[in-house]
Write a protein that binds this ligand. Structure first.
Ligand code: AHR
Length: 494
């Protein structure tokens, strides 16, 4: 059913801030089949690889324009001792990954492998250090190992292990969820620990670290305390938020849900806006000029694992519902780009809201992958003023706006408009009114399918983005036809 015409007002002259490419970032933990199998198969694998990294996965991620990758955790980060993962592989410690699935971790993927992966992906590394069970010295030496250029015990060790030149590291997390799995600390204790650890996170040569402290989205008092005690020592404050339609014990199925659960899930995803606003308000008391960023370094859907899989591996399918969660979350991040400087969906491959799923040598791209690719045109562009009056739809209990959108302009003057239609049933016509701009042509991509659709290894291309042609241009005015349950991305060339 087609509803009334909506108007999207756009004023490209009114710039709202740069959309950091890192907002479209990712996260890879030593969890389930994310690192091992998903990204790293080892040099001797029959699966095509370059220095142990899966060729198919690396190519797909590059095509999606992955800008930054967080590693090694998550909860795993606060149990990770980096020296276990360097040197000859046969000498590396074998241990049990107590956090995730109780499987053997052989440390064959360590610091050198991570930087090799980032080199192949052409993305920024984001390293998360260990505060929970580590020491200041251990963190200090890891940074020296990675970034010191000259004669030093750690630089010498790095060279001995085959890497003469230091790597560049910008993003560095000082602990993860230290209110929980990262040591069950109080806010006061963590804030003091942050100051101590961060003091020894040195900037060597021209390598300048962007130090990220652990925040807590569900406890404003935690964020207040960290900002008050440690605010001047940090560059970013991390928050995490997962969209879980059910309870912690029974999160709900990734693939079997009805329209009520669809709207409930989207409503829960939209809660991200409130969390960011709340955190921003607290940070603004200490940093009114917004020099410090909110880093949403874990977000996404969290459902029950696929039946029959290891509960500790967090392997879940990914439907059009995940695609819409991604699209509306990006619109929230874009809107807050003056404060949100990075975000990392959890997690890259085979874990939670993954963009890629693998099974042996097979690989599929999830609906979420296509949304990342379609939104990549916003990376490094300027958010511009836009407004569209929407209406509330959904169930009596759970209402959401029928559409969400973002508009940006890149350095060449190309305008990108992304629109999400949250309705399961209704399509909408959207007339785009752009100040001082007549539209003559556009390029567009659309992702749309039945709301429960997903890709499988048997049917890998059921949900994929397609060229978009359902629009009209009359006297320089563009009208878009936006089908139900869809993510649309169009670019108006300069
Ligand atoms: O992403 C899975 C886990 O969720 C991470 O390890 C942890 O930081 C969070 O609780």
């Amino acid at each position: 059913m087609v509803n009334e015409m909506y108007t999207l007002w756009i004023n490209p002259h009114e710039k709202k801030g740069k959309i950091n490419k890192e907002i479209y970032g990712h996260f890879s933990e030593h969890l389930g089949r994310c690192i091992y199998e998903g990204l790293y198969v080892g040099e001797d694998s029959e699966i095509a690889n370059v220095n142990g990294m899966r060729k198919d996965v690396v190519e797909a991620l590059k095509a999606m324009k992955i800008p930054v990758l967080r590693w090694p955790g998550g909860c795993f980060a606060d149990e990770y001792h980096w020296k276990d993962g360097i040197g000859p592989k046969e000498n590396r410690k074998r241990m049990v990954n107590t956090h995730w699935g109780g499987v053997v971790e052989d440390n064959s993927f360590g610091t050198h492998e991570f930087f090799e992966l980032c080199r192949q992906l052409e993305c920024e590394p984001y390293i998360n250090g260990n505060v929970g069970s580590g020491t200041v010295q251990e963190m200090n030496e890891w940074i020296e190992y990675m970034t010191f250029d000259g004669v030093s015990p750690m630089a010498d060790l790095r060279a001995k292990n085959g890497q003469e030149k230091p790597w560049k590291v910008k993003y560095f997390g000082v602990g993860n969820e230290n209110w929980g799995c990262g040591g069950n600390m109080t806010a006061e204790h963590y804030a003091s620990e942050f100051r101590r650890y961060a003091t020894y996170c040195r900037n060597y040569g021209d390598n300048k670290l962007y130090k990220i402290a652990c925040g807590f989205e569900h406890d404003p008092q935690w964020n207040e305390t960290v900002m008050k005690i440690a605010g001047r020592f940090l560059d970013g404050l991390s928050i995490h938020y997962y969209t879980i339609p059910g309870t912690w014990e029974d999160k709900g199925s990734a693939t079997e849900f009805d329209e009520d659960i669809w709207y409930l899930t989207l409503k829960k995803a939209l809660h991200m806006d409130k969390l960011i606003t709340l955190t921003d308000n607290i940070m603004s008391r200490y940093d009114p000029d917004k020099k410090k960023g909110i880093i949403v370094d874990e977000w996404g859907t969290w459902f029950n694992v696929e039946p029959g899989t290891n509960p500790g591996f967090l392997y879940q399918q990914n439907t059009m519902r995940d695609a819409l969660v991604a699209g509306i979350t990006f619109d929230i991040f874009n809107k807050h780009c003056d404060r949100v400087k990075m975000a990392n969906i959890a997690q890259l491959v085979n874990v939670l809201q993954a963009v890629i799923l693998t099974e042996g040598a097979k690989m599929i791209l999830t609906p979420t992958y296509h949304v990342f690719k379609m939104y990549s045109k916003h990376q490094e562009a300027q958010l511009v003023h836009s407004y569209m009056k929407t209406e509330l739809i959904g169930t009596d209990k759970d209402k959401v706006p029928n559409m969400s959108h973002s508009v940006s302009e890149d350095a060449e003057g190309n305008i990108t408009i992304t629109i999400n239609n949250l309705s399961v049933q209704d399509s909408y016509d959207v007339q785009c009114r752009i100040a001082d701009r007549n539209v003559t042509k556009i390029e567009g991509e659309i992702l749309t399918e039945d709301f429960r659709s997903y890709n499988t290894f048997e049917e890998p291309d059921k949900v994929m983005s397609k060229a978009y042609s359902d629009y009209e241009i009359n006297n320089g005015v563009l009208t878009l036809h936006v089908p139900p349950c869809s993510v649309l991305s169009i670019t108006i060339p300069a």
